[in-house]
Design a protein around this ligand. Sequence first.
Ligand code: HEC
Length: 177
Amino acid sequence: MCTVKFKLSVALIGTCCLLHTVNLWADQRLGIGQALDARTLSGWDIDVDPSGEGLPSGSGSSLKGAEIYSQKCQACHGENGTGGAANKLTGGTGSLTTSAPLKSIGSFWPYATTLFDYIRRAMPLNAPQSLTYDEVYALTAYLLNINGVIDNTKVIDASNLAKIKMPNTNGFIPVID
Ligand code: HEC
């Protein structure tokens, strides 16, 4: 009995060693598993949190954002964010408790800073991260304006974006640590 267990253990250790060697070989051959350097990481480390931490310098207003929107966003999101091939970016106020909820920026999103983060990171869908920071601020201001959150002359930047109160800020249950 003991001999069988011993043989099994030796076989198991042998298999593990073999797999480890194969993994090391694959890692070296495919060039995976290497440490990221700071420069490479900085391209991914662009999150903006609800307090505004992570917002870059730059600024923009809705008036400027409207121009950029018509050139780079409207084809998918429709005139004034009313929707086309892609999501509606406005509307839905009061719809969340109905049988046809529309989760838009104005009706659902709890933080204005998330809008900046999302646009900078992912839009336009066909050319993500191609916008300047000023353009992202201007588009954020424009989308906040068409959702009735700010007026169209307000200039937003890193110092005031996090202070903007979204209509549905209180519609979420706080996470308790
Ligand atoms: C080629 C089409 C296309 C273009 C151009 C485009 N978008 Fe989008 N956008 C999408 C699609 C598709 C989604 C939904 C993505 C998903 O749910 O994963 C989306 C989602 C969004 C959302 C999130 C909506 C929500 O409530 O979930 C925002 C905000 C947004 N886009 C803003 C913009 C802005 C600003 C521009 C212009 C700079 C832009 N988009 C250009 C296709 C596009």
